[in-house]
Design a protein around this ligand. Structure first.
Ligand code: FES
Ligand SMILES: [Fe+2]
Length: 352
C-alpha cells in the first residue's frame, strides 16, 4: 500500500499560503483563547491579538465570559493591555470608560447624543469543557455539537473540575501547522523525548482514534511498568488512568488530557514561520501537591523546549526548494496528520 503523502515545504513557508489560511481557516474557525478559569472572577480579563484582531476577554458581573474587540469606539486605541482585574476599562487616549459588559459608561466632554448606546464590538464566543473559543468571522457553525464524539472520550476526566496552576507563552519560529502536526503525532515521542516522555508515552503504544470534522487525536498509553500518574475523577477506568488522550480541536487548539493533569496549547499563528504558543497546565481538583506541580511544570517546560528546538530546525529545512512532500508513517503514528490535512483541504483538489 502506498503511504499517504504529507505536505510540501511551501505549505509551511510561503507567505501567500499563510495569508490564505488566515482568511479561509483561522478566521472562519473556533480559536481557543485559554481555559475559562484563567479569568475566574468578575472583572478578570486578558488581552491577545489573533489574526490581526485585538481581543479583550473579560468575565462580566453576571459570570459570562465575553470576547470584545479591544478597541475604543472613539478612535480605536486599545482599552486594555496584558491581563489582570478591572472594575472598568478606561481608554488611555481620551479616557472614555467601558464596563465589564462592554458598554460605554462615560466619555469626558462629549455631548450625550454623540455617544448614546456605544459599546465595545463583541465577538462570538463559546465555552466547551472549561475552554473558551472565539470565532472571528462570526459565521462558524456552533462548536459543541461537532465535538460530541470527543466529549465522550474527555468527559470521564471531568475537565471542568480541573484548575489551572501554570500558564506560559513563547514565540516559536515554526509554522502553526507544523506545531499542530508535531503535537498530534506519536512517531517522534521516543526519539525527541527520549528522557522526558519515552518512559511514559512511548511511540510503540500510541493508538489513534477516529476523528471527526472538528477534531482528531490519539491515546498515548503508559507501559505496564510505569508508576501510576494520579487518580483523577472517580468515574475513570484503570485504562483511562493509564493513558493520556491527546487531541486537536481544529484548527489549532491542542490538549493532552490525563487523569490528574491537563496540558493545553492555544496557538496564535503570526506568520508563515512564527507561532505564538500560549500554554497552561491544570490539575484535577486539589489532588496535586505543590512539589508535584513544580515537577510537572519542569517536565512540560523541558518537553516544550525539545519540540520547539526540533520544529525550529525543521522550519529551516522546509524553506528549501528540495522540501517535497514525504510519506507519512502508518495510521497509529501519523494518521492524525492525514486527518488534519483532510480538514484543512476539505473540498479542495489542489493542495499548497
Ligand atoms: S481613542 Fe479611546 S478615548 Fe479616544
Ligand atoms: Fe513532542
Amino acid at each position: 500500500m502506498t503511504a499517504r503523502a504529507g505536505l510540501a515545504g511551501r505549505a509551511y513557508a510561503a507567505r501567500d499560503v499563510f495569508e490564505a489560511e488566515t482568511a479561509d481557516v483561522l478566521r472562519r474557525g473556533w480559536l481557543c483563547i485559554g481555559r475559562t478559569d484563567e479569568i475566574a472572577a468578575p472583572g478578570d480579563y486578558l488581552t491577545l491579538d489573533l489574526c490581526g484582531e485585538p481581543l479583550l476577554t473579560v468575565r462580566g458581573d453576571d459570570g459570562v465570559a465575553r470576547v470584545f474587540a479591544n478597541l475604543c469606539r472613539h478612535r480605536s486605541s486599545p482599552v486594555a493591555e496584558g491581563s489582570g482585574h478591572a472594575r472598568r476599562f478606561v481608554c488611555p487616549y481620551h479616557a472614555w470608560s467601558y464596563g465589564r459588559d462592554g458598554a460605554l459608561l462615560s466619555a469626558p466632554r462629549m455631548p450625550r447624543e454623540a455617544i448614546a448606546d456605544l459599546c465595545l464590538p463583541r465577538h462570538r464566543a463559546e465555552e466547551w469543557r472549561g475552554f473558551l473559543y472565539v470565532n472571528l468571522d462570526g459565521a462558524a457553525p456552533a462548536l459543541a455539537p461537532r465535538l460530541d464524539a470527543l466529549a465522550g472520550r474527555v468527559d470521564p476526566y471531568a475537565p471542568g473540575d480541573f484548575r489551572t496552576f501554570h500558564t506560559g507563552e513563547k514565540v516559536w519560529a515554526a509554522n502553526w501547522k507544523a506545531v499542530v502536526e508535531n503535537f498530534l503525532e506519536a512517531y517522534h515521542l521516543s526519539v525527541v523525548h527520549t528522557k522526558t516522555l519515552h518512559d511514559y508515552t512511548p511511540t510503540a503504544l500510541a493508538r489513534k482514534f477516529d476523528g471527526g470534522g472538528a477534531f482528531t487525536g490519539y491515546c498515548a498509553n503508559y507501559p505496564d511498568r510505569a508508576a501510576p500518574r494520579g487518580r483523577g475523577a472517580p468515574g475513570l477506568s484503570e485504562a483511562e488512568r493509564r493513558r493520556s488522550t491527546l487531541f486537536c480541536v481544529y484548527p489549532c487548539h491542542l490538549v493532552s488530557q490525563a487523569a490528574s493533569l491537563q496540558a493545553s496549547f492555544c496557538l496564535i499563528p503570526e506568520g508563515p514561520g512564527r507561532t505564538r504558543v500560549r500554554w497552561s497546565l491544570a490539575s484535577y481538583g486539589d489532588e496535586m501537591d505543590e512539589a508535584t506541580k513544580a515537577q510537572r511544570i519542569a517536565l512540560w517546560s523541558a518537553v516544550n523546549e525539545e519540540d520547539r528546538a526540533r520544529l525550529e530546525a525543521t522550519q529551516r529545512g522546509i524553506a528549501s526548494r528540495f522540501a517535497d512532500a514525504g510519506p507519512l508513517a502508518p495510521e497509529h503514528l501519523e494518521g492524525v496528520i492525514a486527518d488534519f490535512h483532510d480538514f484543512l483541504y476539505a473540498g479542495q483538489e489542489n493542495r499548497a
